[in-house]
Design a protein around this ligand. Structure first.
Ligand code: SAH
Length: 344
């Protein structure tokens, strides 16, 4: 049976080629065609032998994702709906930043983490995305707009550390020098705090940025907001972040959504700064994007600024995230698994 080419890391491709009587360096040649030249037909890979082109044609297909719909926002954000081979529809979001083009990639169809504020969890995880479905989100968007994506954030629907192996293969492919050549410092993986995987991630060869969704400075509140906290409580997440820095020398980003009257009081800012004091980290304050099904409200600018200033005063590196794409429901936490009829 033919396999999708974009599932293969270069290491796996080399092994397969050697098993079939070809050479390891052929994998470099093929990667250059596929990722540097965006070639999808082996017949056009003119420096490969006839046998190798035939082998590729017989064993691989090079198709990307089926584009169902694209929505363009006023702020230069584009939301993509892609249909997978089994009919599931997923979303990716392209953001124009001052520093480049950043794609927010979905890692799972649905999500089982059950955070009480996030639309992605409204439909439980249906399945993990395959490596090619991850890689193809990038290629399909690049093909559609004839652009080069320079930054990737794994912050779409799903928990990347609940689909760990596929996400790591995805990183290897997009970071490889003959792959999509996206630098590790241009890649961010965001987790709700699956502690053992933070340690695994620290040991990976590719040192991508790690973001941790914290959202609350204590267990009582975090338990209410994020089910995962009952398995991996705040102290364990904080310890893992310290260890992560010791192992990688890379700073962790803590994401903190501001929910009006829930976690945005001055005493929360104080508790947060006490909790992370001494850790080499950034705090990214995220304006909450309301989701109809939940009762939370967005913090107003005055409260958000007050929270921000309090952290600054206490010496924390903090930024207030710019909101993008909320006019097309493409902002954080608004991505959801749509039923097919809604996408037609
Ligand atoms: N599962 C991963 C990655 C996906 S969510 C994680 O939890 O980190 C990406 C970020 O968007 C997380 O920080 C998440 O908590 C945040 N988010 C979820 N719902 C949101 C909403 N309605 N408004 C703003 N941010 C939200």
């Amino acid at each position: 049976m033919r396999n999708n080419f974009y599932n293969f890391t270069i290491t796996a491709l080399k092994a397969l080629l050697i098993d079939n009587g070809f050479k390891a360096f052929n994998a470099d040649q093929i990667y250059k065609w596929v990722y540097e030249q965006n070639e999808k037909n082996p017949e056009n890979m003119s420096n490969l032998s006839k046998e190798l082109r035939q082998f590729l044609g017989e064993n691989f297909y090079f198709t990307n994702l089926e584009l169902v719909k694209r929505q363009d926002s006023k702020t230069g954000t584009h939301k993509y709906l892609f249909r997978l081979e089994d009919g599931i529809v997923i979303e990716s979001v392209l953001m124009q930043q001052v520093y480049g083009l950043s794609l927010c990639v979905t890692s799972q169809a649905g999500c089982s983490m059950g955070c009480s504020f996030c639309a992605s969890g409204l439909i439980n995880k249906q399945r993990d995305l395959t490596v090619y479905e991850l890689v193809s989100q990038i290629i399909s968007v690049q093909d559609d707009l004839k652009v080069k994506i320079t930054h990737v954030v794994v912050m779409g629907t799903g928990e990347p550390f609940d689909n760990y192996d596929n996400v790591m293969d995805f990183l290897k492919i997009i970071n490889h020098k003959h792959g999509l050549q996206i630098g590790s410092r241009h890649i961010t993986v965001s987790t709700c705090g699956i502690v053992p995987k933070i340690y695994d991630f620290a040991k990976e060869e590719i040192k991508a940025n790690l973001a941790i969704s914290l959202h609350a400075p204590n267990n009582e509140l975090r338990n209410k907001l994020m089910k995962i906290n009952k398995v991996y409580p705040v102290q364990d997440v904080i310890q893992a972040s310290k260890d992560y820095f010791e192992i990688t020398k890379r700073r962790v980003t803590f994401e903190y959504i501001l929910l009006k009257n829930v976690n945005d009081e001055i005493h929360h800012a104080n508790e947060l700064s006490d909790l992370i004091r001494g850790i080499n980290c950034y705090v990214n304050l995220i304006p909450y994007n309301p989701v109809d099904e939940f009762g939370y409200e967005k913090t107003d600018m005055i409260r958000a600024n007050r929270f921000y200033q309090q952290l600054v005063k206490r010496g924390i590196n903090v930024t207030l995230r710019k909101e993008m794409g909320s006019d097309i429901d493409a902002a954080c936490g608004q991505l959801r698994l749509k039923r097919h009829k809604e996408t037609k």
